[in-house]
Ligand binder design. Structure first.
Ligand SMILES: [Mn+2]
Length: 357
């Protein structure tokens, strides 16, 4: 298996961070173009991120330049992760610009292929990642993301995830109390199936794999909207929707371990046996829905060595990235947390004779 580093928002795509990744032993990068802000000082993620379509960031030229920058530091650009909410809000909500946005997403996939980037990690989620707080509850008081089922409110108009894609609509909605309609599970799966039908044939001819992240937090309904993959078995339904070899999973071990009354080892065994893992988010967690906290790779409920052994037994030879990790008290909290996770992963894989590169 191969150890990579995810650079989880646009501001992290810097030469310094590429060099940091290489020095910490990563050989591959998963890059995010999305401008999602980390938590503010109180530990609460900024609730109102503006999202606007940025075709300039997703052009063939820009993606090629990103790959060139990554490769100039002796790294490979394995995937780009997370679509801009403003690029698919009407695909998620079945809104008036749905067909225009599908065409835009087809352009993105085409451009990734032309730029030699083999994977797109994505989520198909209306409420998105929501309700977590940075809390000092990991080992030694390290700050980490926690979830404790906060009270849910419906989503205002002009918003998907915690991103506002239409400020006028959003402002009016806050004024008059209007919210998006409830979305049933059947309806969400219908929209998702149409999305896959429109994108996957092109992805396959472009040499790009689409890797779906599970819904985090993994609950059936959040803020009045159904969730797609909130149990490991629902990936079977995703794979059954379309037979394309480009229809893959972004296997987030942490998210799947948050699922109550589910066995993470059986889940990883079953899913890795399909051969359809695009790449792995290698993350540990304490607890399950309705209350959990993310933890160090060697400190949560999951035996991550056992996870590696299952992946190895099923022939998985792809990329593992740390996803998130608790932050270490230091002048570089994010970097030190990541360096710790990367070192642990390389050590475990080396001991198993499973470390590639
Ligand atoms: Mn993840």
């Amino acid at each position: 298996m191969i150890v990579g580093l995810g650079l989880g928002h646009r501001a992290r795509l810097s030469r310094e961070n590429f060099r940091f990744a290489r020095q910490a032993g990563a050989t591959h990068i998963v890059a995010t173009l999305l401008n999602s802000s980390p938590a503010n000082a109180s530990g609460t993620p900024s609730p109102l991120l503006a999202s606007r379509s940025r075709p300039d960031l997703w052009s063939r030229e820009a993606l090629t330049e990103l790959r060139r920058q990554v490769e100039s530091e002796d790294l490979h650009l394995e995937a780009v992760e997370s679509l801009e909410p403003a690029d698919l809000n009407d695909v998620l909500l079945d809104g008036p610009r749905r067909d225009v946005q599908i065409a835009g997403l087809q352009d993105i996939v085409r451009n990734l292929g032309a730029a030699g980037i083999p994977m797109l990690g994505y989520q198909f989620s209306i409420a998105g990642v929501w309700g977590r707080h940075l809390t000092p509850v990991a080992r030694g008081g390290a700050r980490t993301w926690t979830f404790d089922s906060p009270e849910e409110s419906p989503i205002p108009l002009g918003m998907v995830w915690n991103h506002v894609y239409d400020e006028t609509l959003y402002a009016a909605s806050i004024e008059n109390g209007a919210t998006i309609a409830e979305v049933s599970s059947d309806e969400l799966w219908r929209r998702y199936g149409e999305f896959l039908d429109a994108i996957l044939p092109l992805a396959e001819t472009s040499g790009v794999k689409l890797a779906l992240h599970p819904d985090d937090p993994p609950v059936p309904v959040l803020r009045g909207t159904a969730r797609l993959v909130y149990q490991p078995g629902l990936y079977d339904r995703v794979l059954a929707l379309h037979p394309s070899v480009s229809n893959c999973m972004e296997l987030c071990v942490g998210t799947l371990a948050e699922v109550p009354e589910s066995n993470i080892y059986e889940a990883v065994d079953h899913l890795s046996a399909t051969g359809r893992i695009g790449y792995v988010h290698f993350r540990n967690v304490n607890g399950t829905v309705p209350r959990y906290s993310e933890d160090f790779v060697d400190a949560g409920d999951t035996d991550m060595v056992a996870i590696l052994q299952i992946l190895a037994r099923n022939g998985y030879g792809g990329i593992l990235v740390p996803d998130h990790t608790p932050e270490l008290d230091s002048q570089a909290p994010w970097h030190s947390g990541m360096a710790y996770a990367l070192g642990w992963m390389r050590g475990a894989l080396s001991a198993m004779n499973e470390l590639a590169f």
